[in-house]
Design a binder for this molecule. Sequence first.
Ligand SMILES: C[S@@+](CC[C@H](N)C(=O)[O-])C[C@H]1O[C@@H](n2cnc3c(N)ncnc32)[C@H](O)[C@@H]1O
Length: 247
Amino acid sequence: MAGTGWEIARDSSTTSFNAAVCEGFHAPIFRLVGRRPKVYTVFPMNLSRQHLLARFYDPVAAAGLREHELAQRMFDAVGPTPRRILHLGCGRGWLTRRFAERFPDCEVIGLDADPDIIAAAGELGGRVHWVLGRAEAPPVDGPFDAIVASLLFHHIPRAAKRDAFAYAAKQLAPGGRLLLADFARPHGLGMRLAFLPVQLADGFEDTADNLDGSYLRLMAEAGLHHLREDGHRRTVLGSVALYQASA
Ligand SMILES: C[S@@+](CC[C@H](N)C(=O)[O-])C[C@H]1O[C@@H](n2cnc3c(N)ncnc32)[C@H](O)[C@@H]1O
């Protein structure tokens, strides 16, 4: 991969991946916008739905889920001079680009399993190497000083979580950090109820590990060390925490 410049790496095993991700949130917006074509007329004609979502939906979701605040915690945890960072489930890449800006001498790789989404991330630009692939079997090798993920892991089955954690244990550089922001065990009835829409959208099975706070146990079983769960935050969709581990 080194020396190939910023490009989208295609992994044929993922091309059939259906953009189920964030579908629970995005699909109604797609449908709404799709029924009201006049909405497009206020924007440049070549503006795609991906761009619409990137411009308007992602920032709103990031604010509602406090992703920007979590991003700042991640920057602090990464350390001052990382050389390589891998962002799993990067979506359209707002956080990936933030890492690239924050650490200008660092190689930043954004990986997502959805071909349309990673293509949209590439179009939005940034000093990032965009890669199509799955978090449980990324087609890139370490060592990485940080492997980060934000609001990805509640989308994927437990077996895939285990594979992704095993990958992190193998590909992190000595002292490197896995930084994972995701929904956590709800603190209080209000946060439990707020999490229900996420479960309805993403499935009760894949979100069970969020409810019972199993992430640290799964990380330990994958061979990761120095496990830590940084304080819960209240969000519109339930409690969110930053999990940390190192190889
Ligand atoms: C809720 S979005 C998170 C967006 C991200 N936090 C951001 O900064 O924009 C989840 C993303 O994970 C991706 N995704 C879902 N399953 C994946 C997997 N197994 N491997 C890699 N990416 C995946 C989806 O395509 C989607 O872009």
